[in-house]
Write a protein that binds this ligand. Structure first.
Ligand SMILES: [Zn+2]
Length: 478
């Protein structure tokens, strides 16, 4: 609920005096005061519901395990959280901040304080102020207890069962862009707030921004940035979770007139550095891709090195997204060094080594089949001409349905000139359409060195960045 709160007379006179010197018109004199909605739940219920929802979120979404980036986002978040006006501070709340490794321009906060900012949001923001704007808006929903207030409207009594009802709305209820995910098996959805709540979160967000030393107009600017950038692929779910009141931009800027900030923080070297760091990680999956694979995601722990270990007990199944952390291996008797996602393991022997995630390899009709990963190897060929030798090699692979999709293109591998081509195939074990990219170059011995990258066709875009990074990391020593 919003009402005007006029500032004390002395302060008004003081500011009038200052403004009189500059002969500026004094129109706006008061910032908007927001009052809490009636809420049938205890503050501790917000904490409880949020904690359970956070556990579910962290099971279902890939949390980016990058200490530097997370620390940075947390520093901004904590500055904002400590700038929440006294009357909306709840000592029971625990504000903390994590990054979701997703491309969509979105962020969400849960009752009681857990906040999740998508990598896509940080990459899209033009300044630290814009990123802080979205975070201040989210913090405001939490501080104003909008989740439980909304549930209070639809629940007769604020009972434990009611709390479960809210959890149902967060974890199970269809809402906005999340409904799209609903059909695809990820069970975390977000509350879709009413436009009244949105306006409140904008106004309190603007006030928090100013108190924290940011320009509140950057909150309005961020909504523009979201609108502009959500058109393309990987779009933004933010505006469907946080429906725009009709005058959103104007309303925030109007409020900003009442909020004076000396030398507001717009951007910072930290922001530019972290943004570059995140952009350098390659493309993050979209929420829809995450939902499609419907599984737990890697948190980036390093897996061990298992040289020359054949996958006699592997089995095809769910596969984790490639970790954004990499681990360097030396393989094929030291001929090749390459960095692969840290959640892949080495499998194979002296002439051919695979790197693949768990679930991406297994026995099928007495042979080992791979669905995702890369393979390095050395092949003997008749021809000394790279293109002819590569063609010979492809022919040697081509029993099944392997079909060349493109001609040969020049590329570089391990600092040498090479050739690349892409083939399509039907995986013999899964029956799924897959893409296979082959890169070749010649060794001094005249043998053909190859790298093969394979992934299901419908997941290819999620692996492209990892494949590119691996190719770039290859060193050949002979
Ligand atoms: Zn909102």
């Amino acid at each position: 609920m919003i009402r005007k709160n006029y500032i004390p007379l002395q302060r008004l006179i003081a500011s009038l005096t200052i403004f009189a010197f500059f002969a500026m018109p004094m129109v706006a004199t008061a910032q908007t005061q927001i009052t809490l909605h009636s809420n049938k739940y205890k503050v501790s219920d917000d904490v409880k519901v949020g904690r359970e929802a956070a556990a579910e979120v962290e099971k279902q979404f890939p949390i980016l395990n990058d200490r530097e980036a997370t620390n940075y986002v947390s520093r901004v978040g904590e500055r904002l959280a400590s700038s929440i006006p006294q009357q909306f501070q709840h000592p029971e709340f625990d504000y903390y901040f994590k990054i979701v490794n997703a491309r969509d321009i979105n962020a969400f906060a849960l009752p009681g304080g857990p906040m999740y900012v998508n990598r896509g949001m940080i990459e899209a923001a033009r300044t630290e102020g814009e990123m802080a704007g979205v975070m201040a808006h989210e913090l405001s929903h939490v501080a104003l207890r909008h989740g439980t207030a909304q549930a209070s409207k639809s629940q007769k009594y604020g009972t434990a069962a009611g709390v479960l009802g809210i959890l149902g709305q967060i974890i199970g209820g269809p809402a906005g862009a999340a409904a799209q995910i609903a059909g695809q098996g990820v069970g975390v959805y977000f509350l879709k707030f009413s436009r009244e709540y949105e306006t409140e979160a904008d106004i309190l967000g603007a006030q928090i921004m100013a108190r924290a030393g940011y320009d509140p107009r950057d909150l309005a600017n961020m909504f523009k940035t979201i609108e502009q950038q959500s058109g393309g692929g990987g779009g933004g779910g933010f505006l469907s979770d946080h429906p725009s009141p009709s005058n959103r931009y104007a309303r925030i800027n109007q409020e900003a007139q009442y909020l004076r900030v000396e030398n507001p923080i717009r951007s910072s070297p930290d922001f530019s550095r972290i943004q570059a760091r995140l952009r350098g990680m390659g493309s993050a999956p979209t929420m829809a891709e995450i939902a499609r694979s419907g599984q737990r995601y890697p948190t980036g722990e390093t897996t061990g090195n298992y040289p020359n270990n054949y996958p006699d007990n592997g089995s095809l199944g769910r596969v984790q997204y490639p970790s954004t952390r990499y681990q360097t291996y030396s393989t094929l008797g030291g001929i090749v060094r390459a960095s692969v996602p840290a959640n892949w393991r080495e499998l194979g022997g002296d002439n051919s080594a695979w790197f693949a995630p768990e679930g991406a390899y297994g026995q099928y009709q007495n042979q080992v089949v791979y669905t995702h990963g890369v393979n390095f190897g050395v092949a003997q060929t008749q021809s000394r001409n790279l293109q002819q030798a590569t063609q010979e090699f492809l022919n040697s692979l081509g029993q099944g349905n392997l079909r060349q999709r493109s001609g040969f293109q020049r590329t570089t591998i391990g600092g040498r000139s090479g050739l690349t081509t892409t083939l399509s195939n039907t995986n013999e074990a899964t029956g799924q359409a897959e893409l296979v990219t082959v890169v070749t170059t010649q060794l001094r011995t005249g043998e053909l060195f190859y790298m093969i990258a394979v992934a299901p066709e419908n997941e290819w875009s999620s692996y492209q960045a990892a494949f590119r990074n691996i190719l770039r990391s290859v060193q050949i020593n002979e």
